[in-house]
Design a protein around this ligand. Structure first.
Ligand code: ADP
Ligand code: MG
Length: 429
C-alpha cells in the first residue's frame, strides 16, 4: 500500500457508502430513484471482506470492500488492502477472456480497496444449490469455457515471453494471499496447528495418522512447490463452489482475490474437489434413503464433463490459437512434425491431469482437517453422519494424492469415488 492509499482509506459504513455511490452518476443511473430510498444490506457470507447489496428503484449493485484484516477473524489477522487491486485486475482480465462468465465491474477505487459490481440476482452460491440437490445443466459448459479461456490465453502457449512476464509481474505483489494458501492448504492440515479443526472425536485417529504419514507429506510438499514455483497461467486461485454463483441458466465466477500466475491444475482441481465433496456429502442430506440418487449421478457426470470438456477446449485453443512463444511451431515442421506435436499436446494434458488430481486431493483434505470448512459437510447436523462423509472424502483424497499416477483418467477418479461412497469407516461399523 502506498502512503496516498493509507491516507485515503476508510471503511465505508452504510451512510458513507450511500453518499459515495450518490456522488457517481454512472452508479446512480444504474440504481435509479433517490439515494435516500436505496436499500443497503451487508451480505456477510464471505469470510474475508465486506460485501454490500445496494438496491434502487431501477437496479442494484454489489459493493465489495477489503478490510486491512480478515473479516471473520478480526484485527489480529492483518491482510493487505492491495488484494482488492488484484481482484479488480483479475475480474477485468477474466471479463475480456470469458465474456459473461464474471460479474461486470462498474467502478473501482484502489485507495478505498473498493469495487462496485453488477448485482447477480437471482443467482445463488452454487454450493448452497448443491446442498439442496439442484442440478445445473449449464455448469459444465460454462465453467470449462471460463477455465480454458482464462488459463490458455494467459499461458506461454498464447502469449509472447515478454507479455507473459509482464503478467507475472502485475500479480507478483499478491503474495500475502498466496501465503494463506501455502499455509492453510499445503502445510497446516498435516501438522499440529492452532487453527486446525475436525469433527471430533470421530476423525481424531485419521487426523493423527495424516500428521505422521510421510508418503502424504512428500506428496503435499511436491504440490506445494508446484504451487509456488509454476507460473503457468493467471489462475483464479480459489475456484471452489462458494466462488461460483448460479441460476439454472447462468454461471458467474466471483471472488478472484487469490489470483496470481500459478499452476493450471490448481483451478481445475478446485472445481473437481468441490464436486467430489458435494457427491460424498450428499448422503448426509438425504431425507429418505436414496432420494438424492439422481442428483448424485448428475454430480459424477458433471465431474467427468468438467475434465473432459476442459481438456477438449484447451486442446482446441492450443491447435487454433497457439501464438505464444512456448512450443514453437517451427520445431514441428511437416506432417510428421504436426503429428508429433499433437501427441505431445496430449501428453501435456495427461501431466495436467496428474496435477489436477493432486491439487483436488489437497483442496479436499484442507476442508476437513484445516481451518476453513465447507457447508456441504457443516450443514450435516448429525456429527457422526458428517464424520462418515468426511472420512470417505479423506480416504479418497489420500489415495488421489499419494497414488495420483494410478488415476490415468477422470473415469478412474469417478470409479474410486463410487467405491468410497459404499465404504464404512471403523467408527461407523
Ligand atoms: P469474500 O472475499 O469475503 O469471500 P465474496 O466475493 O465471496 O467475498 O462475496 C461474499 C458474498 O457476497 C458471496 O458469497 C455472495 O453471496 C455475495 N456476492 C458477492 N458478489 C456478488 C455479486 N456481484 N452479486 C450478488 N452477490 C454477491
Ligand atoms: Mg468468497
Amino acid at each position: 500500500m502506498t502512503l496516498a492509499q493509507a491516507e485515503n482509506y476508510r471503511i465505508l459504513r452504510e451512510a458513507d457508502l450511500r453518499d459515495y455511490l450518490a456522488g457517481r452518476p454512472k452508479l446512480t443511473a444504474v440504481l435509479g430513484g433517490v439515494p435516500g430510498d436505496w436499500s443497503i444490506t451487508e451480505v456477510g457470507d464471505g469470510n474475508i471482506n465486506l460485501v454490500f447489496i445496494v438496491k434502487g428503484a431501477r437496479g442494484g449493485v454489489a459493493v465489495k470492500q477489503a478490510l486491512p484484516y480478515v473479516r471473520l477473524v478480526g484485527e489480529s489477522w492483518p491482510l493487505p488492502l492491495s488484494r482488492a487491486h488484484y481482484e479488480y485486475l483479475a475480474l477485468t482480465r477474466q471479463a475480456q477472456l470469458a465474456p459473461g462468465l464474471v460479474p461486470a465491474v462498474l467502478h473501482h477505487n484502489d485507495a478505498l480497496a473498493l469495487t462496485v459490481m453488477e448485482l447477480l440476482e437471482p443467482h445463488i452460491i452454487m454450493r448452497k444449490g448443491l446442498i439442496a440437490g439442484t442440478q445445473y445443466s449449464r455448469f459444465v459448459d460454462d465453467i470449462t469455457t471460463f477455465m480454458a479461456q482464462t488459463l490458455f490465453f494467459t499461458s506461454d502457449l498464447a502469449l509472447t515471453a515478454a507479455e507473459k512476464k509482464e503478467g507475472i509481474a502485475a500479480f507478483a505483489g499478491n503474495h500475502a494471499l498466496c501465503k494463506i494458501t501455502e499455509d492453510l492448504i499445503f502445510t497446516d492440515p498435516y501438522r499440529i496447528a492452532e487453527q486446525n479443526r475436525w469433527t471430533a472425536p470421530w476423525l481424531d485417529a485419521t487426523a493423527a495418522s495424516f500428521r505422521e504419514d510421510f508418503d502424504l507429506h512428500v506428496a503435499i510438499s511436491r504440490l506445494k512447490l508446484k504451487f509456488m514455483a509454476s507460473p503457468e497461467a493467471l489462475i483464479h486461485g480459489d475456484l471452489h463452489t462458494g466462488s461460483i454463483m448460479v441460476t439454472e441458466s447462468e454461471t458467474k465466477v466471483i471472488d478472484p482475490e487469490f489470483a496470481f500466475y500459478g499452476p493450471v491444475g490448481f483451478d481445475v482441481g478446485a472445481v473437481i474437489a468441490n464436486l467430489l465433496m458435494a457427491y460424498l456429502a450428499s448422503s448426509g442430506h438425504e431425507r429418505s434413503p436414496g432420494d438424492r440418487a439422481a442428483f448424485e449421478a448428475w454430480v459424477l457426470e458433471t465431474i467427468e464433463g468438467v475434465w473432459n470438456e476442459f481438456a477438449r477446449k484447451f486442446l482446441g485453443l492450443w491447435r487454433s490459437d497457439a501464438k505464444g512463444d512456448g512450443y514453437p511451431v517451427s520445431l514441428f515442421a511437416g506432417e510428421a512434425g504436426a503429428a508429433r506435436l499433437d501427441t505431445e499436446r496430449q501428453a501435456h494434458m495427461a501431466r495436467l491431469f496428474q496435477d489436477t488430481v493432486g491439487f483436488a486431493a489437497a483442496k479436499t483434505i484442507r476442508r476437513i482437517l484445516g481451518l476453513a470448512h465447507n457447508l456441504d459437510f457443516e450443514a450435516i447436523a448429525d456429527e457422526k453422519l458428517r464424520a462418515i462423509c468426511e472420512a470417505r472424502s479423506l480416504r479418497l483424497a489420500r489415495r488421489m494424492m499419494v497414488e495420483a499416477s494410478s488415476f490415468a483418467t477422470i473415469d478412474a477418479v469417478i470409479k474410486a469415488a463410487r467405491e468410497v461412497r459404499g465404504w464404512q469407516p471403523d467408527f461407523a461399523r
